[in-house]
Design a protein around this ligand. Structure first.
Ligand code: MN
Length: 174
């Protein structure tokens, strides 16, 4: 039950920005917590916040003393997040595939496994997979207030994804 609650809480934080702290305050203690691989269910990225198929595998939640939470997010080819901002920023560690990411008003960029993307506080951006290649990244966010790690915005259009729409500086190289 506890692990189910962990998974649900983190999933909510990753996908909706809702609280990840439910059921966790009492877990903050003096012992290490080992979150075993496979204990937390994979979740589907909500259509309201993502285009295409996205899977979220929770890694660890925030708690009252430690403010970061992490998850592995996997995008099928062409899938991407909506535009969004993080109130306390985000770190993306690319673990597989080819990633497209963009800040509002700047060109689409491609990044690859081993690259680390630091999304500054309040900067509007999106991230997703390349058109013909899936990708996975580890996403680490800190909470400004309990559960608040993302502010979701509009969908990324095909033109924006391909580097030709508003918000874009130039085409991504293929
Ligand atoms: Mn982000």
């Amino acid at each position: 039950m506890k692990n189910a609650m962990i998974g649900m809480a983190l999933a909510l934080a990753v996908t909706t920005g809702l609280s990840a702290t439910h059921g966790f305050a009492a877990e903050t203690g003096r012992s290490q917590t080992i979150v075993r691989n496979g204990e937390q269910a994979s979740l589907k990225g909500a259509e309201a916040f993502f285009t295409g198929n996205v899977r979220i595998d929770p890694l660890y939640p925030a708690n009252n003393a430690m403010r970061s939470s992490g998850g592995v997010v996997t995008f099928e080819p062409g899938a991407r997040s909506n535009w969004h901002i993080h109130p306390v920023g985000q770190v993306l560690i690319i673990t597989s595939g080819v990633v497209r990411t963009q800040e509002w008003g700047r060109p689409v960029q491609e990044v690859r496994p081993g690259d680390v993307v630091i999304c500054p506080v309040g900067v509007k951006h999106w991230h997703g997979a390349a058109p013909n290649c899936s990708m996975s990244h580890i996403s680490i966010c800190e909470e400004q207030e309990p559960g608040k790690v993302v502010e979701w915005m509009e969908k990324v259009t095909d033109e924006q994804y391909n580097g030709t729409g508003s918000g874009s500086g130039q085409s991504v190289k293929e």
